[in-house]
Design a protein around this ligand. Structure first.
Ligand code: AMP
Ligand code: MG
Length: 411
């Protein structure tokens, strides 16, 4: 066992083969979850002009500092400013303008008295502005006013390079009228299933065969982490065919080739040999469970990750090794894993390898607890479907008593 690589050493060696990809420009509606390829500065102030933050009356605060219920101030209404209208107007002493939220504040005005502080009630739309207004509430300079540049100043950094673009980020870019954003190109990942027992989903299942589920599973993981999956379907356990498909993946411009199965010690496990023949195998086998027979190397000049065939092993090793490679190619520093300390509500056993056990973790009375989702065989995909977390049992630990603390990786 001691000759096996640790998970962290395997990750370190593997990630050394990846660098961020070039950038491309995408329309905002295609950029969600993509990663900003450059720092983005504000091209103008936000707000671009000082405006009202409430419906009411724009005033000169000096006219109404002393206004109150018992001492209302009457102002002449000289203009009506809906949102979207730009008026060349200077408000003189003793005057007011009816103004709506978002409308530009006229020169001379420095505050807005909300309609609730006046004798006017806008009962529904379509009411004309009154000739005058009684102000019942005092106003200070700046009240209910959104100052030009109070949110963002022109030139400010608004989104840093390496940021995964969220809906609010895209909304922010749209505020500046940007239609395109530079993002790191999506990594193209060739996904290949190997095994004589596998059938594509559109065929009738023959005795002794199973459907190829890894293709669906792994392609979905690729897409989930912002990659583009190039699907190469099912390949039989034949060296020549495996080689031909790997060559097609290289010719197809894959940034990374991910295969599943055929990397163990079975009599028909040819994948490693094919990779060694046309490139090099950097490591094979990692001190973990599930997923020990993991292979990493370079096929021709393309990084290659050979995942084990059992669906849970394929899933876990993808999360551990393929995902960080995708994030690095996308230009994201650090991994975005969510780790939670939990109390085990049952005893847990391990075999001394670094283990990733399917579990349900949840908060109960202010405390995070976790229990396993049953049988941990690496072919039992249903216990992964029922889980929301992977419990991480460090290498060298063989048992954890009920009540002990552990780390849960929330999926
Ligand atoms: P292997 O690594 O080739 O020994 O495969 C390990 C186990 O995973 C076997 O039971 C295979 O049938 C199963 N397996 C391999 N590839 C797939 C796949 N694409 N979909 C579902 N199960 C698979
Ligand atoms: Mg096989």
């Amino acid at each position: 066992m001691s000759e096996l690589l640790s998970v962290s050493e395997a990750t370190r060696q593997l990630l050394a083969h990846f660098t961020p990809l070039q950038s491309i420009c995408l329309p905002l509606d295609q950029a969600r979850n993509q990663v900003s390829a450059e720092d983005i500065q504000a091209s103008f102030d936000l707000p671009q002009f000082t405006n009202a933050s409430m419906d009411g009356f724009a005033v000169r605060s000096t006219d109404v500092v002393a206004a109150g219920e018992q001492s209302p101030v009457r102002l002449e209404v000289v203009a009506d400013i809906p949102a979207g209208r730009w008026l060349q107007l200077r408000l003189e002493a003793g005057k007011a303008a009816r103004i709506m939220t978002g409308a530009p504040l006229p020169d001379g005005a420095d505050a807005v008295v909300p309609v609730e502080g006046t004798d006017v009630r806008f009962r529904g739309p379509g009411q004309p502005a009154p000739p005058s207004v009684l102000i019942f509430a005092p106003a200070q300079a700046g009240d209910n006013v959104r100052r030009k540049a109070s949110d963002v100043k022109a030139g400010n950094l608004i989104l840093a390079k390496g940021r995964r673009l969220q809906p609010q980020d895209l909304g922010m870019l749209a505020m500046f009228g940007m239609r395109l954003v530079a993002v790191t190109r999506r990594p193209r990942v060739a996904v290949i299933s190997t095994g004589d027992e596998l059938q594509p989903l559109d065929s009738a299942l023959q005795p002794g065969k199973i459907y190829d589920s890894n293709n669906t599973l792994l392609s979905a993981q690729v897409e989930k982490y912002g990659g583009e999956s190039l699907c190469f379907g099912v390949v039989p356990d034949e060296a020549a065919t495996i080689e031909a498909v790997l060559d097609r993946a290289v010719a197809g411009g894959a940034d990374l080739i991910v295969s599943s199965a055929g990397v163990s010690v079975g009599a028909f496990d040819y994948v490693r040999h094919v990779v060694e023949r046309n490139g090099h195998l950097q490591f094979w086998r990692v001190n973990m469970r599930p997923g020990k027979p993991l292979a990493f190397g370079v096929y021709r000049s393309v990084p290659f990750i050979g995942l084990p065939g059992n669906p849970v092993s394929a899933f876990v090793t993808f999360e551990l090794f393929v995902r960080p490679a995708l994030l690095k190619m996308k230009g994201i520093e650090g991994d975005e894993r969510r780790i939670q300390s939990v109390t085990l509500v049952e005893a847990v056993e391990s075999d001394g390898r670094e283990s990733y056990l399917r579990a349900v973790a949840r908060e109960e009375d202010g405390q995070w607890i976790a229990r396993l989702t049953g049988h941990q065989g690496s072919g039992n995909l249903f216990s992964l479907v029922q889980a929301n977390a992977l419990l991480i049992i460090p290498a060298g630990v063989r048992a954890l008593a009920k009540g002990s603390q552990a780390q849960a990786w929330i999926l």
